[in-house]
Structure formats: C-alpha cells, structure tokens
Design a protein around this ligand. Structure first.
Ligand SMILES: Cc1cc2nc3c(=O)[nH]c(=O)nc-3n(C[C@H](O)[C@H](O)[C@H](O)COP(=O)(O)O)c2cc1C
Length: 203
C-alpha cells in the first residue's frame, strides 16, 4: 500500500479494469466454499476496501470479521434472535438461521458508525462512504479471485444482533460481505434501461 504523500499514478487506460467492471456480477453466498482468504490476503482486502472517498476523512465505519469458529459462534446469536422474533417457528428454522454465516468461509460485517464532528459531515454522506466500503471490498475480493456477495438480510436490522456486534446508537449495518470460492458462475441479470436513467440537464 502507498506511503503518506507518495506521488500516486495518474489515471491511465486500463482495459482489464474496464472489462472487469463491465462483466461484474455478485456470486451467491450459498454457492461459496473453499478456505477463503489467508490472514495476509484478508488484511490486504480490508486495506483496499477502506480506500474510499470519505468527506473530511472521518473513516465512519469499521469491520467485524467472521471466520472459522466465529461464524458458528455468531450463529447462536442469529438463531436466538430469529426465534425471539418468530416464537411460533419450528426449531429446525433456528438451526437454519444459525447456519447463515457458514455459507462462506469469510463474512465481513461493515458497520456504519457516523462520527460527530465540529464541521459536521452529513450523516447521509458518512453512510454513503460505508456503502462504498462494501462495494470496494467486493471488488477487491473478486479481483483477488474470490467470489463475493453483499447481503443484509433480516439480521442487519435486529437489535439483539446489533448488541452482539457492539454497535452504538446511530450505528447501522452497511452490509455483510460474504467472501469465498465461487462454486458456480453467475448469469447476467436484467439491467435497467439506461435511457430511462440518464438525463442531460438543460435550462
Ligand atoms: C445494501 C444491499 C443489501 C443487499 N441485501 C441483500 C439481501 O439481503 N439479500 C439478497 O438476496 N440480495 C441482497 N442484495 C443484492 C445483492 O448483493 C446483489 O446486488 C444482487 O444479488 C445481484 O446484483 P449484482 O450481481 O449486479 O451485484 C443487497 C444489495 C445491497 C446493495
């Protein structure tokens, strides 16, 4: 990674990046396997993920890492929170819910944690920065040859899960990025009609 004040390269044509972005698709969390990134690879992925536009350099987000046994341990919170909200559900549903993080070898929770500052950066801008962290992490993971998917699902919005994640008031889950070896290719999905999305503004 670059040093502080290092002269950074000017943008130059990079067809590999353009092609990668043109063809980019998420990989399904439930179709991931393998060992996942090594410790060194994960450290690099997170450093890349954190290189996002960030108004006033607040870094208003943090990472919560789930790998190995931590995925099953956190699953106990998932199962308990689900059954608390859905007491009439059969017990095998708790088993299903508690296995959510087992779908991939690595799950990275990105927590939006807006910072109070003197010249306030609007919360919305701080939350947008968290969103790009998720996307940057996906791109970094895919560029390293892993599959990646950004999910929230019900547990991103659950108070007990927020407590288990050590979240403070005002924090929100930006996403859980599932990372692993893709077990199957994705198919292209429907895309918006760009003509309906673009307007050249005129007086
Ligand atoms: C903030 C956010 C939350 C998402 N949460 C879910 C989710 O809970 N479940 C789901 O099936 N897809 C979810 N998605 C969508 C997938 O990550 C993905 O974008 C989609 O499956 C396919 O789009 P893509 O292949 O173009 O990336 C979410 C996307 C975003 C941006």
């Amino acid at each position: 990674m670059p040093e502080l004040d290092q002269v950074m390269p000017l943008p130059s044509k990079n067809e590999a990046v353009t092609e990668f972005l043109k063809m980019r698709r998420s990989n399904m969390a439930k179709m991931m396997g393998g060992a996942g990134p090594s410790e060194a690879e994960l450290s690099e992925l997170l450093s890349i993920a954190a290189r996002v536009p960030d108004h006033r350099k607040l870094a208003p987000w943090r990472f919560e890492i789930f790998a190995g046994q931590a995925r099953a341990d956190f699953g106990k919170h998932l199962g308990a929170a689900f059954m608390k909200n859905n007491p009439d559900m059969p017990q095998d549903r708790a088993i299903f819910e508690s296995a959510r993080f087992m779908r991939a070898p690595l799950v990275v929770g990105v927590i939006s944690s807006p910072v109070e500052c003197k010249r306030a950066t609007p919360i919305w801008e701080q939350q947008l920065s968290s969103g790009i962290v998720c996307y940057n992490l996906m791109i970094a993971a895919q560029a390293a040859g892993f599959g990646a998917q950004w999910l929230t699902e019900w547990y991103a919005y659950d108070k007990d899960i927020h407590a288990a994640l050590g979240m403070s008031d005002g924090d929100q889950v930006a996403g859980f990025v599932y990372i692993g070896e893709p077990q199957a290719p994705s198919l292209e999905r429907v895309r918006p009609n760009m003509a309906e999305k673009i307007n050249f503004w005129e007086q």
